[in-house]
Design a protein around this ligand. Sequence first.
Ligand SMILES: [Zn+2]
Length: 97
Amino acid sequence: MSVRMRVTKGHTGNRRSHHKIKLPRLSKCSNCGAYHIRHRVCPECGYYRGKQVIDVVALAEKQAKKAQAQQEESQSNEVGEDSKDDANKDDKDQESK
Ligand SMILES: [Zn+2]
């Protein structure tokens, strides 16, 4: 005996009609006027409820440095296949400069 509840396309569509994702609630930053997600720190200036929480400039510089370091690392890995040989890598860097 097989009991099978047929779910029609209409039923599926009706159920899924509520699955649409709503846009996140955006609010204006009190400091710089940029839009940010509610109850989150402003990504533009790092302010939350009128106070600076994150030093955005320092963070950006830090991330840029990190990205640069990673780029250089990947480049050196591409040039010299033996990345473990540090002495050899240093010699190559000096030659290029
Ligand atoms: Zn802001």
